[in-house]
Design a protein around this ligand. Structure first.
Ligand code: ARG
Length: 596
């Protein structure tokens, strides 16, 4: 159909859970089912239909690509098979035109009356016509910074993507547990404790940590320059691990102060993470010996000269040996993976989760694949508990190198978000100098934070992403300001009319109306697709497309100058556009404004 269209590949979705998906019927699924029935009738038993949204207008609204593969399998001429399939295809009341194109693509043009009814239903429904899937108890684990350090841009991506995913899953009616698996345990706390005591700050931890980054850096300098300091640090680590009350009390303060720093960022971003979502690595300490003994009982553990290791045949080292994952070091210490195994064990036994989603940097992919493998084999995660690593790429600066400050330092998130506000404020002041100050500040905040989030979410998460202020704050193109502005423009139409009828029927007469109506009816497929695979940029592209199609519609089909049933219908399409934009942006964690 139109370009910029998100391509939802049915096959990808199908491989996940055939049963689950089949219980409800989106347009995509409906067409898929009818198409597969037709393939069966035409002799291609069990062949997948492979339905996609069409990439160009002349290809109709949906395209079936399954015939070519099926024909190859049957050693048939694809066009001949396509003709048989079309003859057997029953899309009465759904499509009004079905054509064969190219080597055997089947293009489907949706019926206007069918679309009108779908859109009317969506308007009356609080979920915009989305059929809710059977509810699951699931967890989205995101943000998860290492404490006693300031949060960095890497954690920004996790925080933004994780929050949006949690919102989408909540919207679909799932019971979503948000989790912040902070790194609150490790040898760095020994060093920090030594520095705190050395600087005479033990009585005022919050004060000493007002600038966490500097504190950490200074402690590290001392650690590197003084053997004596380093020894003291190590001693504190041992005392911390033994549960020495004095060291433990200081550690607890470190943790609370850092969590409070992180909380400021969460509040500024509006990402729905609270203190109660924090369950850090330390929470699993008591369970770690049991993890070891359970792995032992499952005969998964090897003793390698005192080191406890799980060897995984399916992961190979460079020498083509089974890869070993260390569970416990010779000195008794545990590792990052051990804690994660323990967390999965807990999440299954104590929380009864059915799906656990980890929003973590792609560089940890191998860690998660090994973790999941071990947990499955040990029975900590039963087969019906889905474990997913939602990986994302690195955030890069304009220079194509990992994002840094101008002086080459790490970028503090708090500074970055302040800068977003400031830059947006300058823009808003240029655009609307006459607005009162507090209003400008509010708009600037909504636009600034929205821009930072959208810039991240609108790129495929798996690729590295280039952070650029100018492009993310542009009012043109696929940006948050463009979409926020598009929303206020639709709303401004409603301020000019006093005859809006929320029960009016939708009539689809003009091509621009049809294109908009088709796109609006795809909301359900897009949202369900995002919930399955966690590609939020599909939702972004979709919203951008809605905004673009609305402005075309608005130009081609005057609303205010039209009359009667046509005017009422166009207002309905405008109303559904506004609700779709608002709902979609809300799922991304982005606010809209009635005026800007
Ligand atoms: N704290 C880790 C880091 O900053 C991320 C933790 C990810 N979650 C997990 N369950 N391992 O790299």
């Amino acid at each position: 159909m139109h370009h910029q269209q998100p391509k939802v590949v049915w096959d990808e979705m199908r491989s996940r859970s055939e049963q689950k998906i089949r219980m409800f019927m989106t347009i995509l699924q409906l067409i898929n089912d009818r198409m597969e029935a037709a393939l069966n009738a035409a002799g291609a038993q069990g062949a997948p239909a492979i339905i996609q949204l069409s990439s160009k207008l002349e290809f109709g609204d949906y395209q079936a690509n399954g015939v070519m593969a099926a024909a190859k399998n049957l050693r048939m001429n694809p066009r001949e098979l396509a003709q048989k399939v079309v003859a057997a295809l029953d899309l009465k009341g759904v499509a009004n035109k079905i054509e064969i194109a190219g080597p055997g693509f089947i293009n489907i043009h949706l019926d206007s009356a069918f679309l009108a009814r779908r859109n009317e239903t969506a308007l009356k429904d609080e979920h915009l016509g989305v059929t809710l899937p059977p509810p699951l108890k699931l967890m989205v684990e995101y943000s998860s910074p290492n404490l006693a350090k300031e949060m960095h841009v890497g954690h920004l991506r996790s925080t933004i993507i994780g929050d949006a995913l949690a919102r989408v899953l909540e919207f679909l009616g799932h019971d979503v547990v948000r989790a912040n698996h902070v790194g609150d345990w490790g040898t760095q706390f020994g060093m920090l404790t030594a520095y705190l005591l050395e600087t005479g700050n033990a009585n005022n931890v919050a004060m000493a940590l007002s600038d966490l980054e500097t504190f950490y850096r200074n402690a590290k300098v001392r650690f590197d320059e003084s053997e004596d300091f380093a020894n003291r640090s190590r001693d504190y680590v041992v005392r911390l691990q033994r549960g020495d009350p004095e060291v433990l009390a200081l550690w607890r303060q470190f943790v609370e102060v850092s969590i409070a720093h992180a909380q400021d960022i969460y509040d500024k971003l509006g990402v729905g993470l609270k203190r109660e979502h924090v369950r850090g690595e330390s929470a699993y300490n008591a369970d770690l010996p049991m993890v070891v003994s359970d792995l032992q009982d499952a005969a998964l553990l090897s003793d390698n000269d005192g080191t406890k290791v799980v060897y995984l045949e399916e992961f190979r080292t460079q020498e083509n040996q089974a890869m070993g994952v260390i569970i416990q070091k010779k000195d008794g210490g545990y590792l990052y993976t051990t804690t994660d195994i323990s967390a999965i064990r807990y999440r299954h036994r104590m929380l009864g989760l059915q799906r656990v989603i980890y929003v973590v940097d792609a560089r940890q992919s191998q860690h998660f694949q090994q973790l999941f493998t071990i947990c499955r084999r040990a029975g900590f995660a039963p087969a019906d508990m889905a474990l997913e690593h939602i990986a994302f790429g690195t955030m890069m600066g304009d220079d194509g190198k990992p994002f840094k400050t101008r002086s080459g330092g790490v970028v503090k998130l708090a500074d970055l978000l302040d800068e977003a506000d400031e830059r947006a404020y300058t823009l808003v002041s240029q655009k609307n100098p006459e607005l009162p100050e507090d209003k400008k500040r509010h708009i600037a905040h909504v636009v600034g934070i929205g821009a930072v989030k959208y810039a991240d979410l609108s790129k495929s998460r798996t690729s590295d992403y280039i952070f650029n202020w100018e492009s993310m704050l542009s009012f043109e193109g696929n940006t948050a300001p463009y979409l926020q502005y598009a929303y206020t423009r639709v709303q401004s139409v409603f301020r000019k009319v006093d005859d809006y009828d929320a029960d009016a029927s939708i009539l689809i007469l003009e091509p621009a109306e049809k294109q908009l109506a088709v796109a609006l009816a795809q909301f359900e497929d897009v949202v369900l697709g995002v919930a399955e695979a966690g590609y939020l940029h599909h939702l972004c592209q979709y919203l951008y497309q809605i905004a673009t199609l609305f402005s075309r519609f608005y130009e081609a089909c005057p609303i205010l100058k039209s009359e009667g049933a046509v005017r009422a219908s166009r207002l309905q399409l405008a109303a559904l556009t506004a609700r779709t934009l608002k709902t979609g942006l809300d799922l991304l964690g982005i606010e809209v404004l009635e005026e800007m």
